[in-house]
Every structure is written in C-alpha cells, then in structure tokens.
Design a protein around this ligand. Structure first.
Ligand SMILES: NC(=O)c1ccc[n+]([C@@H]2O[C@H](COP(=O)([O-])OP(=O)(O)OC[C@H]3O[C@@H](n4cnc5c(N)ncnc54)[C@H](O)[C@@H]3O)[C@@H](O)[C@H]2O)c1
Length: 315
C-alpha cells in the first residue's frame, strides 16, 4: 500500500476482469477512489452481468478506498458521460481515466461481417473517445488529469483482426492527438499495450490456431511473436505490470505525455513515434510532375532501401 494517489479519483473501464481489474486495484493500492466500470459481457461483447464490476469494487473497498460500480456500455456516449458524472458526484472530481474495456471478434477481412467491424470499433475506439470526451471537459476546467488508454501490439499490423487492429491503431492516434490538445491544461494522455494472460488473450482456441498459422506463414515480427507468447505464459498476470499504470497516473509522471508503451510481467517498453525515415526530394521551384518512369527507378533504389514486403504473394 502506498499514498501516491491518495485524494485522487479514477474511472477505470473494463475493471471487472483481467487488465482493467488489475489496474483498478493498483490505483486503489495507492489510495485512489475508483469508479469500477464494466458491462460484464462475454469476450465477444454479448450479454451483460453486474457481478464483475461489483466484485472489483468490493476488492477496492477492502484496500481502504471508496469504490462505486458502474454497469454501463462504454460504446454509449450517454453511458460514458454517466461514468464520468458518477465519479464527480461520488468523489468530488475526476483525476484519472483508464480506458481498458475491450472485446474480440476475430475473422479474416473477406469473411468479416459489418456488425463484427462496427461492434469492435464501437467498444474500443468510440468507447475510448466517449470517456475521453466527457472527462476532458472536467479535466480542462480543473487544469489536471491523467488519461491512460489501452492499445495492443496488433495496432502495428496483424492477421485475422482488421477490426481490432484498426481500433487499436485509432486509439494510438487518439492518444497522440489528445496529448497535444490537453497538455497545456495539465492533462497527460498516454497509452499502453499489455501482454497478459486473460480470457481475451488466452481463452479463445481460435486465436491459438491463428497464431500457429501466422507463425508458419511468417506474417508477424519476432517482437510481436514474443509478445503473443508472453500472454500465454503461466503467471503472465496483469497484476505484475499494473503498478506501471499507477505510476503513469501519479504526480511523478506529470511530464510523460503522448507516449505509447508495452507492459508485461518482464518488460516495460516504449514505441517510437511514427516519423518519415527516408524521402525523395527535389527543388520545389523547379519540380515538375513526378513521372512513373522515374518513380519505377527511384522508389526501389532510393526510398525503399532494405524494405521487405511483410506478406508477399504465395502459391
Ligand atoms: N490480455 C492481453 O494480452 C492484451 C493484449 C493487448 C491488448 N489487450 C487489451 O486489454 C484490454 C483488457 O482486456 P483483457 O485482456 O483484460 O480482457 P478481459 O475480457 O479479461 O477484460 C475486458 C473487460 O472489459 C469489459 N467490457 C467489454 N466490453 C465492454 C463495454 N462495452 N463496456 C464496458 N465494459 C466492457 C468486459 O466485461 C471485461 O470485464 C482490452 O482493451 C484488450 O484489447 C489485452
């Protein structure tokens, strides 16, 4: 138990299970009061159940802080507003927002239904924006806030999850943008990609099958493979790295803004910010229209030096 977040009040979504639960408890261990938000559905987002949110709220209270469960759906703009309002009404203000709720509906793009795309984007990307949108009103007024969003290494490209990869990539871009909009108001916004053994990473056999196919096809990087393997290890519990999220929520992290991390039992890493790494340039004043003839020569020779196609055609 510590005192670093004593007097701070947090909203944590997806806090009924897995990574969100571990983060809610890590914040409570440092003294923060928590609104424990969880719809309580299945891994694909269907159904609802109050018991996961109730259970984590009870665990937080046992740590000596105040905790209120909320059973709303983060994809609803009005439910998200109510989560933020519940924090302000119950505890006085909102200092910390952790957007961790998530679901999976994996399928190759050529088989994915519109509903599978819409629902995953609604929970992850719109849900994260919904909570940020409402929290930023209060955080801007009070000139203080810590927002921590949950992305995935899948954002850099994956197979069998275009909906999830796009949503998590959107969360990275959203994090970069909020960091730049809200920094002047004393609000930081960062993201992390967890590696943890939970029902999302481990509970679905189709993911394990998919992983094997991806390895055989050479479609994922060594680092991504390492990350996926780590989530399947016995003891890869989110409790191990949850203190890192409490650290990001603390005063010690006041100058950490717009960063994207990876966090596991054994690793805390930081992703680079995207930047142009090589260019073809010519003088603006005398530049003519690029010709396909010159591009056929220049792109492979000067722009894509050392480039390797991640998924070349196969027989
Ligand atoms: N476990 C990993 O290794 C891993 C890797 C990368 C990213 N993530 C991300 O971590 C986050 C947490 O996932 P987890 O692994 O702990 O899975 P989990 O299924 O154990 O927890 C997710 C929680 O979110 C809740 N939830 C889902 N939809 C909701 C909604 N619409 N409104 C409110 N609550 C909702 C669920 O009820 C559940 O309790 C997700 O965003 C996931 O994409 C996890």
């Amino acid at each position: 138990m510590g005192e670093r977040l004593r007097g701070r009040n947090a909203v944590v979504t997806g806090a009924g299970r897995g990574v969100g639960r571990a983060v809610a408890l890590a914040l409570a261990e440092e003294g923060a009061n928590v609104v424990v938000c969880d719809l309580g559905g299945t891994a694909d987002g269907s159904g609802a159940d109050a018991s996961p949110a109730d259970s984590t709220a009870e665990e937080c209270r046992r740590l000596g802080v105040r905790a209120v469960p909320h059973y709303g759906d983060v994809s609803s703009f009005t439910a998200a507003e109510d989560m933020v309002r519940t924090c302000i009404d119950s505890f006085g203000r909102i200092d910390i927002l952790c957007n961790i709720a998530g679901i999976l509906r994996p399928r190759m793009i050529f088989n994915m239904s519109e509903d599978e795309w819409d629902r995953v984007l609604a929970v992850h990307l719109k849900g994260t924006w919904n909570l940020c949108r409402h929290a930023c009103v209060a955080m801007r007024q009070q000139r203080y806030g810590r927002i921590i969003n949950c992305t995935s290494e899948a954002y850099a490209g994956t197979v069998g999850h275009t909906n999830y990869a796009a949503a998590k990539g959107g969360i990275v871009s959203l994090t970069y943008a909020i960091a730049r909009e809200m920094g002047r108001y004393g609000v930081t916004c960062n993201a992390f990609a967890p590696r943890a053994r939970t029902r999302l990473s481990w509970g679905d056999d189709s993911l394990t099958d998919g992983l094997q196919k991806r390895i055989e096809a050479g479609l994922i990087t060594e680092e991504r493979l390492k990350g996926m393997e780590e989530t399947r290890k016995e003891g890869a519990d989110p409790e191990y790295f949850a203190p890192f999220i409490a650290y990001l929520a603390s005063d010690a992290a006041a100058d950490i803004n717009g960063c994207v991390f990876v966090a596991s039992r054994s690793t805390i890493g930081i992703w680079n910010h995207p930047e142009i790494v090589r260019k073809l340039t010519r003088d603006w004043d005398i530049a003519e229209r690029w010709s396909i003839d010159e591009l056929e020569r220049l792109v492979p020779q000067e722009l894509l030096v050392d480039y390797v196609n991640p998924a070349p055609p196969r027989d």
